[in-house]
Each structure stands twice: as C-alpha cells, then as structure tokens.
Unconditional design. Sequence first.
Length: 177
Amino acid sequence: MFDIDRFVSDCRDAVDRDPTHKAAAEVVKRAMSDPSGVMTALGEPTEPGITPLYQLADLTILNLAWRPSFTVPPHNHEMWAVIGIYGGREDNIFWRRIKDHPDGLIEAAGARALSTGDVCPMGPDIIHSVTNPIPRLTAAIHVYGGDFFEAERSEWEPERLVEKPYDMEAMRTRFGK
C-alpha cells in the first residue's frame, strides 16, 4: 500500500544519493506500479488543483489534478522532473528551441501520451506542454529536483510560441487555486 510519508522519505533519500532524476524516477516507478494504491492513499480528486506534499530548495513533490480538456502552454522547469500518472491521462508535446532565434521561438520535437501507471522522467532542459484529453480529472504525482514554486523559468505564448517569463500566479489560477 502506498504511504505518502514513506514516498516523501524515499524521494528525499533518492535525491540525497543522486541529484539527477534517475534515483527519484525509480521511487516514482515503484509507486506507479500500484496506481490504485496511490489513488486510495491520496484520495480520488474531485476538483482540479495543486497540492504540495513536500517543498525544499532541492526537492518538490506535488499532487496534481488536471481538469478535462485543460492545457498548460509550453514551459520549462529549469530542473529535472519525474511525472507519475495514477489516474487518467496526460498528453505531452516536447519542444526545442529554434537555434539562434532572437525571440526564443520553439518548435515541436516529439510527443508522449501518459496513462495510468506511466512514469515520465524529464531532464532540466526539457520544454513541454501538457493536455488532459479525457472527459474526467487526471491525477498525477510530480517530483521536481528543486523548488518548483521559486525557480525562474520560461513559458511560451501559445499562439506565436514567443518566450516570456513564467507566471506562477497565472499557473495557480489556471489550476483553480
């Protein structure tokens, strides 16, 4: 059975042993081997939102619930991330910068659909956008190798794909908190 305190402790130990995403990814993979156990422990989400489970300078763990048809425009994290889906689905488009473009434009470089039980590690330089394509909430644990709420990073305007500073308050509003 998934235990939140044990999961946080295991993630903390993983980051202390290995500051890359690799050890933390193993912890998330173990948890996602029983997504229904994660759902039972965290509770089935009834509304969208971001719930911090742990937050320090070198590690943030979030419980996220995405509303149906919700899309987060392209953004980076400036830290590694490991995403584990314990209910529903999210579709990721991965982007890359267009070399030497003065406005920081990006272009699509790949995609990956994540379903219940899937885990996706991302390096610190990844740019991605995310959509919940299903008609119900999607639930996920996100583990970040830094302070998710304090890091300076970028997002890209969704129509013209022009880079701008990431607006954390706008993001919180989009998630309904």
